[in-house]
Design a protein around this ligand. Structure first.
Ligand code: ATP
Length: 256
């Protein structure tokens, strides 16, 4: 199983640094939540780390040849457009393109595992384009899972899912990390991030401003500085409990 190393990752768009000097090492077995407000640079970081955007600095993934990279890292993108009307089963099977020489039985087993993990058994013969938004989101996570890679990146994977599906996906990612995989997911639900991630990294205006266990990162001061809100934090039986309280009355920074 491989981890991820980023060194000095940076990216400038239209003369503005949207990602600056990001150093990050994630070991196998970690489920890391990538947090930050809209526009902080989370998607940019994920895509640059995957080598999908040209960036300054180094990424251990971007250095790999394309075919090898597809066997090492899967990516659940933020955009969830499904263009082709194909059955769920066939769409999930596309994840196996990364393993061209694999035995048919291995392909079938990986597809079945992914379908079961996302609770899609009852939908597997339906046209993916005819599913609800949340159902389509689960299908796209299943496709990434079928890729059966040691590293999984997911960009807001639980956005738009119902509360049960959110918990199921967070549990699944925690379990994948428990099997020794490296999981990095951008998240806006700080409560679920606090509960399920082993580590959180906080991005603000393109820079990593905090990195550690949930109680080290989700402090009232960090939450106020980065998200502009007050929050109540306490220790519950399952770890840190987070509750958003109110806006801090100050102008939101310009995002131009
Ligand atoms: N193609 C682009 N051209 C110019 N600027 C861009 C482009 N893509 C993103 N940006 C800018 O880069 C910054 C970071 O965007 P990014 O999508 O990485 O943020 P994010 O943290 O993923 O936000 P969100 O939570 O809203 O998804 C934003 O200010 C955005 O406007």
């Amino acid at each position: 199983m491989s981890g991820l190393t980023l060194q000095g990752l940076g990216l400038t768009r239209n003369g503005r640094a949207v990602l600056s000097g990001v150093d990050l090492r994630i070991a196998p077995g970690e489920f890391v939540g990538l947090l930050g407000p809209n526009g902080a640079g989370k998607t940019t970081l994920l895509r640059a780390a995957l080598g999908l955007l040209p960036a300054d600095g180094r990424s251990s993934l971007a250095d790999l040849p394309e075919a090898a990279r597809a066997r090492v890292a899967a990516f659940v993108a933020q955009g969830r457009h499904i263009a082709w009307p194909m059955p769920v089963d066939s769409l999930v099977a596309l994840g196996r393109i990364a393993h061209p020489g694999a035995a048919r039985a291995a392909d079938r087993a990986a597809i079945d595992r992914a379908i079961v993990a996302l609770g899609l058994q009852g939908l597997r013969h339906r046209q993916a384009t005819e599913l609800s938004g949340g159902e389509q989101a689960r299908v796209l996570i299943a496709r990434a899972l079928a890729q059966d890679t040691p590293i999984l990146f997911a960009d807001e994977p639980i956005a738009g899912l119902d509360p049960a599906a959110q918990i199921e996906v967070m549990r699944l990612f925690r379990d994948l990390a428990g099997q020794g995989r490296t999981v990095l997911a951008s998240l806006h639900d700080l409560g679920l991030a606090a509960r399920f991630c082993s580590r959180l990294v906080l991005l603000h205006e393109g820079r990593l401003v905090a990195d550690g266990c949930p109680s080290e990162v989700l402090t009232p001061a960090n939450i106020a500085q980065v998200f502009g809100i007050t929050a109540h934090l306490s220790q519950g039986p399952d770890g840190l409990v987070y509750q958003a309280l109110d806006l801090i009355a100050r102008p939101r920074p310009s995002r131009g």
